[in-house]
Design a protein around this ligand. Structure first.
Ligand code: NAP
Length: 279
């Protein structure tokens, strides 16, 4: 019988997940299908329990459901501390995971950039930055969080420090305002834009002046529309290693695929499907 998977969110029509996962199921010849459903927060509990009752294989969650979902699932230790779930598995109860941080880490690893032991400057302190900071700190990176609203960076740094120490990890986690980036970037091995700066239609915007970019720095922009942001174009010109946001989008999905199916995800097929959708 066909196994059903789904992404829930509101809005949801923009989601690239159905194309990405259906391409993966097709490539591996698996009898599975993946759909998008618009679900409001007030219906989330019924939707999760209903999917479990109907024998769905698993769910992805997107805005605005990721935080609320914690009430209805058994989260893994990282998702519990991030405070958000983007993947639900029904194999053993209803378990919740957050694959955004792992997806970001695998995107960098694809480009030959490991996270452990590296100095990582993350710009942004929203939902995506939160998942990345927790995962990268957990995986042995030392983190500086830079945000326009400095208090939000301070709060995130405090949360990450506290959450990771409960898991026996004590990386260095610092918070700064955007004005301190020029000073901190000199020590960074990896720069991550985890804000919406540079996203369509504001494609002329960039979070870091080109003059601060250099060879030897890995520059990862999680914005994926456009695929090559101004930050990435300028980083490439300066001889930095660049990583596109589309790789994170695919790898967070690939990690969910692995959790649900135990099969090695066909990442290249998934990238092709997402790129086709973005066009
Ligand atoms: P969010 O929770 O709303 O956070 C937005 C962040 O961007 C905040 O840190 C905010 O700073 C900062 N920001 C926004 N406009 C800014 C500006 N003009 N100048 C300086 N800082 C600004 O959003 P999110 O969910 O973390 O998503 C952030 C971006 O990542 C979006 O573009 C999203 O599409 C992308 N994303 C990509 C992936 C992927 O798989 N590639 C996954 C998730 C998200 P303040 O705190 O000061 O407001």
């Amino acid at each position: 019988m066909m196994k059903v998977y789904a992404v829930l969110g509101d809005p949801i029509s923009h989601s690239k997940s159905p194309a990405m996962h259906n391409a993966a199921f097709g490539a591996l010849g698996m009898p599975c299908t993946y759909h998008a459903f618009r679900v409001r927060p007030s219906d989330l509990k019924d939707a999760i329990y209903g999917a479990k009752a109907l024998g769905f294989g698993g769910l992805n969650l997107t805005i605005p459901l990721k935080e609320d979902a914690l009430k209805y699932v058994e989260p893994d230790p990282i998702a519990a501390r991030i405070g958000a779930v983007n993947t639900i598995d029904f194999a053993d109860g209803i378990t919740g995971h957050n694959t955004d941080g792992i997806g970001a880490m695998h995107a960098l690893e694809d480009a030959g950039v490991p996270v452990a032991g590296r100095n990582i400057l993350i710009i942004g302190a929203g939902g995506a930055a939160r998942a990345i900071a927790f995962q990268f700190g957990y995986s042995g990176g030392d983190i500086v969080i830079a945000n326009r609203t400095k208090e939000r960076a301070d709060r995130l740094a405090r949360d990450v420090r506290g959450g990771l120490s409960e898991l026996g990890k004590t990386p260095s986690i610092e918070s700064i305002g955007l004005g301190a980036i020029p000073e901190k970037i000199a020590d960074a091995d990896i720069l991550i834009n985890a804000t919406s700066i540079g996203m369509h239609p504001n494609i002329d915007a960039t979070p870091v002046p080109a003059g601060l970019l250099r060879p030897g720095l890995a520059v990862f922009d999680i914005v994926y529309n456009p695929r090559r942001t101004r930050l990435l174009l300028e980083a490439e010109q300066k001889g930095a290693t660049i990583v596109e946001g589309v790789r994170m989008l695919v790898h967070q999905g690939a990690e969910a695929f692995l959790i649900w199916t135990g099969r090695e995800p066909p990442v290249d097929v998934m990238v092709e499907a997402v790129v086709r959708e973005l066009r």
